[in-house]
Design a protein around this ligand. Structure first.
Ligand code: TYM
Length: 333
């Protein structure tokens, strides 16, 4: 896509549960790769997380763990601005202003809102509805050019672009219009037991569906050995073979192979041996990550210091944009 080295990357991840293999392939791994070439701002979006009920102490702990995991995955928090969303008040300020420029009809069309309100029927709060506005504020506040996300966030990025264009048309050139950056392979990792469903950290009903980055190796292997495959016996990527296709995608992402290379490698394999090999590729990729994560978590002093410092760095990056927005809409200095 002709990326230039001057582009700024922004993305976010909710600290609402342990990150899954889906988050790793669709986001974290890709972020780490992009961070070697671009200036990155990555947010642990704790304000998005409270759209569903959280245990406060657990949320605080999970946010720090998410930060440590991102660092363990190779995103250097000293070089890049990795920070907690709630530490930068400008997110909430901009979300309010953008909310006044977003239509109810646009938000009603968001499929994630429809899904989440079906899953949390007892708590369909206004925050769940305006969630994409806060997400637009996250992105636009940092004048991001590229937003690497999984397939499920595509609609939110499109809304962000629409709102940014509307705002620019009204007030002048305030926001960079961001582009989504969605992987061709791995943007939608599916559940292991129900491969027609996205692997999601909030899927607590069937633990066999979800592989967490912090699952011990024996659990990872067990989950892969039990993964649902398809009728037939060949290891082939095809629309009528969602289980096998998902496993091939995971293997390709873990080993840096293409899908055809992975297919060729497993030609003649039975499903049992195939599933074990995919599990082993995940165990091997997660091992150094887990070790570094544990090392970092043991150094709470370092984490507290860098998290505090990065709140200041993020706020400083956001300051010029929120100041321009406030002036543009008519607030006095
Ligand atoms: P979240 O926390 O649900 O997921 C974080 C990232 O992981 C991707 N992802 C997946 N990719 C492939 N396969 C899967 N099964 C899978 N599950 C999740 C998501 O697409 C996402 O990129 N609203 C966002 C967080 C957010 C954000 C932002 C993202 C808040 N503000 C600004 C980008 C820009 C979310 O809930 O992601």
């Amino acid at each position: 896509m002709g990326l230039s080295d001057k582009k700024r990357i922004f993305s976010g991840i909710q600290p609402s549960g342990y990150p899954t293999l889906g988050n790793y392939v669709g986001a974290i791994k890709n972020w780490a790769a992009l961070s070697r070439r671009f200036e990155c701002v990555f947010s642990v979006v704790d304000m998005h997380a409270v759209t569903v009920r959280q245990n406060p102490d657990e949320l605080r702990r999970k946010a720090v763990e998410m930060f440590a995991l991102l660092a363990a995955a190779g995103i250097d928090p000293e070089k890049h601005v990795v920070y907690f969303q709630s530490h930068v008040p400008a997110h909430a300020e901009l979300a309010w202003i953008l909310g006044c420029h977003t239509y109810m009809g646009e938000l009603s069309r968001m499929t994630q809102f429809k899904d989440k309100s079906a899953r949390h029927a007892d708590n369909i709060n206004a925050g769940l509805f305006t969630y994409p506005v806060l997400m637009a504020a996250d992105i636009l506040l940092y004048q991001a050019d590229l937003v690497p996300v999984g397939e499920d966030q595509k609609q939110h990025i499109e809304l962000t672009r629409d709102v940014a264009e509307r705002f620019n048309n009204l007030y002048g050139d305030i926001f960079t219009i961001p582009e989504g950056y969605i992987l061709e392979v791995g943007a939608r990792i599916m559940s292991l037991q129900e491969p027609d469903k996205k692997m999601s950290k909030s899927d607590t009903a069937n633990p066999g569906n979800v592989v967490s980055l912090l699952d011990p190796p024996d659990i990872i292997m067990k989950k892969f050995k039990r993964a649902v495959t398809d009728s037939g016996a060949d290891v082939r990527y095809a629309a009528d073979k969602p289980g096998v296709s998902n496993l091939l995608t995971i293997y390709a992402a873990m080993t840096g192979r293409t899908i055809p290379e992975a297919e060729a490698e497993f030609a003649g394999f039975g499903y049992g041996a195939f599933k074990a090999a995919v599990g082993e590729s995940v165990v091997a990729a997660f091992k150094p990550l887990r070790e570094e994560f544990e090392r970092l978590l043991a150094d709470q002093g370092y984490l507290d210091g860098i998290i505090r410092a990065n709140a200041g760095r993020a706020a400083a990056l956001a300051a010029p944009t929120i100041a321009r927005v406030k002036r543009a809409v008519g607030f006095s200095a």
